[in-house]
Design a protein around this ligand. Structure first.
Ligand SMILES: Cc1cc2nc3c(=O)[nH]c(=O)nc-3n(C[C@H](O)[C@H](O)[C@H](O)COP(=O)(O)OP(=O)(O)OC[C@H]3O[C@@H](n4cnc5c(N)ncnc54)[C@H](O)[C@@H]3O)c2cc1C
Ligand code: SF4
Length: 333
């Protein structure tokens, strides 16, 4: 078994400095931050990841949930998924976020999993997790057996000839609908990235999943308030009722005035190579009467460019029904 150094730190700049000598944006980086460890340790046991050094960031002062002056949220990267989901202000003002978190993993895992780690969790594509197979995401240029192989749970939106892996996060889908901002500290200073720009499409470089650069540490996630009168929900469809990743999910924030949609934000999970914001569905619904027929039309728009693989065509209709039903639920007083 390979040995690794385990370095604890309580200083944010020190954590960034320690990690910056390794290209942490690449597969098989030699240095990794470790937070809850619920993704990383699994991958190390499978030999998918084999860092020499783990920089333990659990002592950093990034475990607070703060409300911002405008009524939004500033969430530390080390806030545990269970704490965020069960926070009274999050439950009352951002139900979509609480529901998405509670739909993920198990209670035990949510007690360990962190906000930063959840954003960076890896695909559940079986070939990625098994080093006996080629995989462009794990080993760039080696091939993608999923395209001709077992792809029932894989993506239909944002795929490429190099990779069709689904982004598995539920929380990130809610954050996409909430138009969250990711706050990053890197060797070159601090920066903020809109969540829609944070995740990359696979293209010909599926091993690059986010805009993070070597040494970059996610410090916070900032969420603006949902304007008054909006109703938000997260609906997740999966093979079993708990402890299972999404086959399709929808995060919806809906405002209705005088029977018409005055504002809507829509994101889909389980179907995209990244958490999928649907500008097409939002456009189709804006100003339209809030009724089932228009919800279905919006869902059709959201999946218009979907590209099925050999075993996952069913996901297209599933995702449409999921979104149309989520919109109906959000429209119900
Ligand atoms: C059995 C099982 C079922 C699951 N089911 C679901 C599910 O249904 N839905 C769902 O959404 N998720 C699910 N998950 C995934 C789970 O949510 C993630 O494993 C978890 O959120 C990762 O957080 P962590 O803190 O444990 O990350 P870690 O494992 O500690 O880290 C993950 C990655 O992020 C990096 N990292 C961590 N924090 C930072 C930071 N602040 N800045 C920069 N890099 C950082 C690490 O270096 C590592 O590469 C499941 C996991 C398991 C094991
Ligand atoms: S879909 Fe992506 S993660 Fe899965 S085998 Fe292909 S390249 Fe690897």
């Amino acid at each position: 078994m390979k040995l690794f150094a385990f370095e604890k730190t309580s200083d944010i700049s020190d954590a960034v400095k320690r990690a910056s000598s390794s290209d942490t944006s690449q597969p098989a980086a030699k240095i990794r931050f470790i937070a809850g460890g619920t993704t990383l340790l699994d991958l190390m046991k499978l030999s998918v990841e084999s860092p020499d050094t783990l920089v333990d960031i659990n002592r950093l002062p990034l475990d607070k949930i703060e409300t911002t002056r405008d009524g939004g949220l500033k969430i530390g990267a080390l806030v545990r998924n269970s704490d965020l989901a069960n926070h009274p202000y999050v439950k009352s003002h951002f139900p979509v976020l609480s529901e998405a978190l509670l739909s993920g993993a198990s209670a035990q895992l949510r007690n360990m999993a962190t906000t930063g780690g959840n954003l960076l969790q890896k695909t559940r594509c079986a070939y990625y997790r098994d080093t006996a197979y080629a995989c462009n995401k794990r080993e760039p240029g080696s091939g993608c057996p999923a395209i001709e192989g077992e792809n029932r749970s894989l993506a239909v939106l944002g795929t490429s000839d190099s990779c069709i892996a689904t982004n598995p996060s539920d929380m990130s889908v809610a954050l996409m609908a909430l138009e969250a901002t990711i706050v990053i500290k890197g060797p070159g200073g601090d920066r903020e990235v809109a969540i829609d720009d944070f995740f990359l499409l696979p293209g010909s470089t599926p091993h690059l999943e986010t805009v993070l650069k070597p040494g970059d540490l996610i410090t916070h996630v900032v969420v603006r308030p949902i304007p008054a009168g909006g109703k938000s929900i997260y609906l997740k469809l999966r093979d079993r009722a708990s402890y299972e990743f999404a086959l399709g999910s929808a995060a919806v924030i809906l405002h209705i005035e005088a029977g018409r949609v005055s504002r809507v934000r829509i994101a889909l999970g389980g179907v995209g190579t990244k958490p999928w914001r649907s500008a097409e569905a939002e456009k189709a619904l804006s100003g339209a009467e809030a009724n089932e027929s228009n919800f279905r039309k919006a869902a059709d728009e959201a999946l218009r460019n979907a590209k099925p693989q050999t075993h996952n065509k069913f996901k297209i209709e599933l995702a449409k029904r999921c979104l149309a039903h989520a919109l109906k639920m959000a429209a119900t007083p």
